[in-house]
Design a binder for this molecule. Structure first.
Ligand SMILES: Cc1ncc(COP(=O)(O)O)c(C=O)c1O
Length: 448
């Protein structure tokens, strides 16, 4: 029952607040969160919920981490803000860039900071365009990304995002963006005679580059594991082939590590699973566990050299780039990530979660697939397991399962009929097992 405190806050909220993905009708029954403790969120009525998506995939360290609060407070007392614009810097930003040079892919050693993921996508697009102009190939401006990819909602990032629900009310999109099919092992149909499903899916990139003209394509951007699009884990041979294609046609490979960075999938960064090195990366979210809005991009040595030697200023800027408080929080967070072995914890807990879900739901007639990598998993519901036919969206199976999990004390998100689950990396084994129980019970309550 939504009594008193939460309902009253919702009413005040609806009077003056606009939300991301705003829908005033949904807001009337929305959750108002007032506290958090580790993997738990507490609502305005005192209800306790497992934070099944770590906030928005970001809060890997959970709530109530005093180290992060202290880092922010200490930095605010020392230097609350100073510009990072040309010629200015601060020690925390310098230290964070040094630290990231050690933690990210060996070839990625140069960093620019932003306030989040979408700004990082825009930064990489503008960086790629600047780079190709310096390389004497000014026509290389186009961006290729994937259907079901999510890269943010600023205007350029929205055009790279491959979830079409984000587009209609903002058309026309910027020219020069196109999308190839996702590798989606559960649904991608490779043409007959293909070497493998993964190679065929990667070759979609080659087809798109040739269709656009290789001399016009600047970059290909992809999440190592597609997150918001439904936790889509690629085949093992997918990214190695993508790397080959990018090399062959001189297209920069941008790894969007906004969700997969800092341990989530069981390695520090996502493409490590397949031994692939990108030209550019982008990160946000877990670098501060969401305690401060900070993101950024990382450049390979080869790209950075061209940018530096090109001699032209990169006319791209955010007031909050290299914010000293954000960088201080990130440094404290990276201490946690390393000392508490977040990649190792995510691998072990993710295996427990995936196996639990597979054991509980693997045979359910309306569960098409249970999948995941590290501590990011999903359950895809289908009308017919044999044909993989989807439910009519009007049946709202995903939202109903979500509602049934909320009733049982688990709060996460769905993409259509795909239930996504990625709790904080600090989640106890007991809570991981509880997530499995709740999702299994909710599935049975909605689908029998
Ligand atoms: C992979 C990926 N890239 C970019 C973004 C956009 O980040 P932000 O919401 O901070 O702009 C997100 C957000 O969920 C994301 O998951």
């Amino acid at each position: 029952m939504q009594n008193n405190a939460e309902a009253a806050l919702n009413e005040r909220d609806a009077a003056h607040l606009f939300h991301p993905l705003h829908n005033p009708a949904a807001q009337t029954g929305g959750k108002v969160w007032v506290g958090g403790e580790g993997e738990f969120l507490i609502d305005a009525n005192g209800g306790r919920y497992i934070d099944g998506l770590s906030g928005l995939w970001n809060n890997t360290a959970g709530n109530g981490r005093h180290e992060l609060a202290e880092a922010a407070g200490n930095q605010m007392r020392e230097l609350g803000f100073a510009s990072g614009y040309a010629g200015s810097s601060n020690p925390k930003a310098i230290e964070l860039a040094e630290r990231l040079a050690r933690l990210t892919y060996p070839t990625i050693n140069h960093f620019f900071f932003t306030s989040g993921g979408g700004e990082s996508t825009d930064s990489n697009i503008k960086l790629a365009r600047h780079y190709w102009k310096l390389m004497g190939k000014p026509k290389k401006t186009k961006v290729i990304s994937r259907i079901w990819g999510y890269h943010g909602t600023t205007l350029a990032a929205m055009c790279a995002t491959g979830i079409n629900a984000y587009w209609p009310m903002f058309e026309p999109r910027i020219p020069g963006f196109s999308h190839i099919p996702t590798p989606y092992p559960y649904r991608y149909e490779a043409p007959e005679g293909a070497a493998s499903q993964g190679i065929a899916a990667a070759n979609e990139l080659e087809k798109a580059i040739l269709a656009e003209g290789a001399d016009t394509v600047a970059m290909f951007i992809a999440e190592p594991v597609q997150g918001a699009g439904g936790v889509i884990v690629p085949q093992d041979d997918y990214f190695p082939r993508i790397r080959e294609i990018c090399d062959q046609y001189e297209v920069l490979l941008v790894s969007d590590e906004v969700i997969t960075g800092f341990g989530r999938t069981g390695t520090m960064f996502g493409l490590e699973h397949w031994g692939v090195r990108p030209d550019l990366i982008q990160f946000a979210k877990a670098i501060t566990s969401g305690y401060f809005p900070l993101g950024g991009i990382g450049l390979s040595d080869a790209v950075a050299e061209v940018m530096v030697e090109g001699g032209k200023p990169w006319m791209h800027a955010y007031t909050y780039s290299a914010h000293p408080v954000g960088c201080a929080v990130a440094l404290a967070m990276l201490d946690i990530v390393e000392k508490e072995d977040f990649p190792g914890q995510a691998a072990a807990k993710g295996t427990r979660l995936l196996k639990g879900l597979q054991d509980a739901l693997g045979d359910h007639p309306h569960v098409g697939e249970v999948r995941g990598l590290g501590l990011m998993c999903a359950v895809e519901y289908v009308k017919d397991r044999a044909t993989k036919e989807e439910f009519d969206p009007a049946e709202a199976i995903g939202p109903k399962v979500h509602a049934a999990t909320v009733e049982r004390g688990l709060f996460s998100r769905t993409r259509g009929d795909v239930y996504q689950i990625a709790p904080p990396i600090v989640t106890s084994n007991e809570s991981i097992d509880r997530c499995v129980e709740v999702i299994a019970e909710a599935t049975k309550s909605v689908l029998g």
